[in-house]
Design a protein around this ligand. Structure first.
Ligand code: ADP
Ligand code: MN
Ligand code: MN
Ligand code: MN
Ligand code: MN
Length: 414
């Protein structure tokens, strides 16, 4: 009798581990959804998905129908609003947040072939009076790029001032510098339990340590490639300057690179690429984490957002001098940079697993254990770019690029 009881227990356990997490998606959806999605659109209308960054740093979005003609340029797009009390971005008694369109992309999730592209619209966020929200780290001075917003050009808008961090101010009037950023976005794919990375056994760790997984092929090494490939294609379709992808050191972890992009556009493109990644993961029903140290226990690499930087001067012959000066300035403001380089980054910047210690700034040629790295090519050619390896995978790209911009443009004797 005892054996029967034990068997019953085991069966219950077995069933509970096989409970599917219901998310509103099923195999049936695919066929049904594509039947409706293949219906033709009215040629004089497009769908616009307005995307913005919420209080946590994640992207949110909602859709609207617009006359086709308005989707051709960002200036022709109307402002819109959302209920900020539902995103933790405004109080309930004054809940309206204004969305100001900043950048248009083609919508890879609603493709059409009649020449009237549906669009994704990257927006930033303002109060009805035209003051950027505290969570609007993109904002430029002057209340949101002029027109319609009104007011807002107050003292709270200084770039990296005491109250708020704003990237826009650091870029304003610096267009001549032609600063380029290339952002390496690492991410980790999980089962829907949000605990088990792809390819890992439930509740356990892979049988083999790190080593075979980075840039690997084969079912025993590479997990989730279809997702990265789908995201890659979708980003290209959207018009994002995605420059490559690779499998990462920790199994289930991957990377893509965006850039080089000029100035604030790096932040816009990276935020939209993260939104596209999340939408692709929705389709695959795989959970994507941007946490800098998704698996703390054991010997597993964290996830970063290495930031490659160059000014026009750095890219021209002899530019290595400008690169060395910039690195010196970065070293002098190490802790200020760390403060905006992502939450939980202290778990990642330990001095192990291809990182430098969070407490101490260091740099080197071809050194992946340094805070800032100069590539071999750049050193050999005497010009090029440098790589800030400190930002974490969940860092705000506006803050990271804006802070680097502010520091390297500083007028100090070096
Ligand atoms: P890593 O060797 O560190 O893995 P990656 O190849 O992943 O480097 O990423 C390098 C990034 O730097 C790419 O996004 C690339 O477009 C970008 N990049 C290349 N040249 C420059 C430059 N002159 N300035 C800024 N970024 C650049
Ligand atoms: Mn409503
Ligand atoms: Mn890389
Ligand atoms: Mn990497
Ligand atoms: Mn790198």
């Amino acid at each position: 009798r005892r054996r029967r009881r034990r068997r019953r227990c085991r069966r219950r356990l077995h069933m509970s581990t096989h409970l599917r997490i219901q998310t509103g998606k099923s195999q049936l959806d695919t066929a049904v959804v594509s039947r409706f999605n293949s219906l033709p659109y009215p040629p004089d209308k497009i769908l616009a998905e307005y995307v913005w960054v919420d209080a946590k740093g994640d992207c949110r979005s909602k859709s609207r129908t617009l006359p086709s003609a308005r989707g051709k340029s960002v200036d022709a797009l109307p402002r819109w609003n959302f209920d900020g009390s539902s995103t933790g971005q405004a109080p309930g008694d004054d809940s309206e947040v204004i969305l100001r369109p900043c950048r248009i992309f083609r919508d890879p999730f609603r493709p059409r072939d009649d020449g009237n592209d549906n669009i994704l619209v990257m927006c930033d966020t303002y109060t009805p009076a035209g003051v950027p929200l505290p969570t609007n780290t993109r904002a430029f001075g002057g209340g949101g790029g002029g027109g319609g917003g009104g007011g807002g050009g107050d003292g709270s808008m200084r770039a990296f001032g005491d109250d708020y961090h704003r990237a826009g101010g650091a870029f304003e009037g610096r267009e001549d510098e032609e600063v380029w950023f290339g952002l390496e976005q690492e991410f980790t794919l999980f089962n829907l339990d949000q605990r088990t990375p792809l390819g890992w056994p439930t509740g356990g760790v892979p049988g083999r340590a790190q080593g075979p997984y980075y840039c690997s092929a084969g079912p025993e090494n590479s997990y989730g490639r279809a997702i990265t490939d789908a995201m890659y294609r979708a980003c290209l379709y959207a018009g994002i300057d995605i420059s490559g992808t690779n499998g990462e050191v920790m199994p289930g972890q991957q990377e893509y690179q965006v850039g080089p992009c000029v100035g604030i556009d790096a932040g816009d493109q990276l935020q939209m690429s993260r939104y596209i990644l999340q939408r692709v993961c929705e389709e695959f029903q795989v959970y994507c984490s941007l946490h800098p140290k998704p698996i703390v226990e054991g010997d597993w690499n964290g996830a970063g957002m290495h930031t490659n930087v160059s000014t026009k001067t750095m890219r021209e012959p002899g530019g290595i001098d400008a690169i060395r000066k910039a690195i010196y300035k970065l070293g002098a403001r190490h802790q200020e940079h760390i403060a905006v380089y992502g939450e939980g980054n202290e778990l990642r910047l330990t001095g192990k697993f291809e990182t430098a210690s969070i407490d101490k700034f260091s740099f080197g040629v071809a050194n992946r254990g340094a805070s800032v790295r100069i590539g071999r090519d750049t050193e050999a050619e005497g010009c090029g770019y440098f790589e800030d390896r400190r930002p974490s995978s969940n860092a705000d790209p506006y803050l990271v690029t804006g802070k680097i911009m502010a520091t390297i443009m500083e007028d100090v004797e070096v």
